[in-house]
Design a protein around this ligand. Structure first.
Ligand SMILES: Cc1ncc(COP(=O)(O)O)c(C=O)c1O
Length: 399
């Protein structure tokens, strides 16, 4: 039993959608269902723009690539960071190109170089061998691996010495020279140390490693400080440190948040299927690892609340602690541990919060389960922004 899955240390935060509206959505579109609050999306963008001032914001669309989400962010002045041919195609589909586009990834395919080149994207170079592969005359950033141990799950750390990402600080000056010699335009440096980082000092350390390179690189046009901010991160503090590093180079600041922009806006709705007791008290629900992979993959903790049921009163003794388990034939298919819930009944609606990032995006059709629908709440009504898959959708490409 992993203590790290206990929600006790977390403040519940579902996306501020009225319980009646959540019941309405679950009734209309079925469960499991991803719902998003448009106002929360807008508020997150506003917080980032307020904290980072003139920095250019690129949304790491891996967090949630739904076209309606992308359109909303793009309309708010946000560009996109893409890491696959499919993500580049999504960006193009919503009208993003040129300055609004970053193409990143440790193992880019020919298709990514070609599509990024056609759209005039800036490429984030991850290794020296990329210089001859880039489209002629590309604008590029060099990703630096600062070799730091950071405060997050191992699988979410991307700037550690043993991580596959970026180049070492010593490799940066010769790589900048090689890129220039190959006819490209190095705009500057990029760093992204991981996701869901808990300790702001990690960012300070990473930006400091970049600033140390200044005597070896000379002035640069751009410093891309990546993303990775935890949901409770001190954005003004991170922004101050990032701008300080950018100023060391005389550079403009770019940032690449994913989770921060979309996580709080999203909630996974699931219905109780039943309860059972083994060595633990299980509340069985109709969502599982196929709809929300993060608890299994990263030991992620998501707040869970019963929609429309009286507030949980643990002191009154009416509440049990339940492990929320899904329908998959996998022991790891547990979405949360020790969730305080008032006597769950079949059909009760539960809300799993902070699920807007890496939730629907990582959902799968394992077990020929239909990936869930997604609906957007505009404050007064719902728009279905992705219909639920059917089994026929899942096998459509098969003979
Ligand atoms: C290069 C890069 N930038 C930005 C992000 C976004 O990270 P987060 O969603 O934690 O902000 C990621 C996520 O892995 C990434 O790999």
């Amino acid at each position: 039993m992993s203590a790290s899955l206990s929600p006790a240390a977390r403040t519940p935060s579902v996306a501020r959608i009225p319980a009646a509206a959540l019941h309405d959505a679950a009734g209309r579109f079925g469960t499991p269902l991803y719902v998003y609050n448009a106002a929360e999306l807008d508020a997150a963008v506003a917080r980032v723009q307020a904290a980072f001032g003139d920095a250019r914001v690129y949304y790491a669309m891996k967090a949630n690539p739904n076209l309606s989400v992308l359109r909303r962010l793009f309309a708010a002045g946000v560009g996109f960071e893409c890491v696959s041919p499919g993500e580049i195609a999504r960006a193009e589909h919503v009208g993003a190109a040129g300055d609004a586009l970053l193409v990143n990834g440790p193992a880019k395919s020919d298709a990514e170089y070609a599509a990024g080149g056609r759209l005039g994207a800036t490429f984030i170079v991850d290794r020296a061998g990329e210089a001859p592969l880039l489209p002629p005359g590309s604008r590029v950033l060099v990703r630096v691996n600062p070799a730091l141990a950071v405060s997050t799950h191992d699988h979410l750390a991307t700037g550690a010495a043993n991580s596959k990402f970026g180049v070492t600080p010593e490799q940066v000056p010769p790589l900048l020279d090689a890129l220039r010699a190959a006819g490209h335009t190095p705009l500057g440096l990029h760093v992204h140390i991981g996701s869901a980082i808990r300790d702001a000092h990690d960012f300070t350390a990473a930006f400091g490693r970049l600033a140390e390179l200044r005597p070896h690189t000379g002035p640069l046009a751009v410093l891309d400080a990546g993303g990775g901010w935890g949901l409770d991160a001190d954005l003004p503090g991170i922004a101050r440190e990032a701008w300080a590093a950018a100023h060391a180079f005389g550079a403009q600041l770019w940032v690449e948040p994913g989770r921060y922009l979309v996580a709080r806006a999203g909630t996974l709705l699931t219905r109780v299927v039943g309860t059972k007791r083994t060595g633990r008290d299980f509340c069985l629900v109709d969502a599982g690892m196929t709809e929300l992979m993060r608890p299994m993959l990263y030991g992620a903790v998501h707040p869970v609340t019963a929609v429309g049921k009286a507030a949980v009163d643990e002191a009154a003794g009416e509440v049990g602690l339940w492990d929320l388990a899904g329908p998959a034939c996998e022991s790891g298919d547990v979405l949360a541990r020790d969730v305080p819930l008032p006597a769950p009944q079949r059909g009760d609606l539960l809300a799993i919060g902070e699920a807007g990032a890496y939730g629907a995006a990582m959902s799968s059709s394992y077990l020929t389960r239909s990936r869930p629908a997604e609906a957007l709440w505009d404050g007064s009504d719902w728009t279905l922004i992705r219909r639920r898959e059917t089994p026929q959708d899942v096998w459509a490409m098969e003979l």
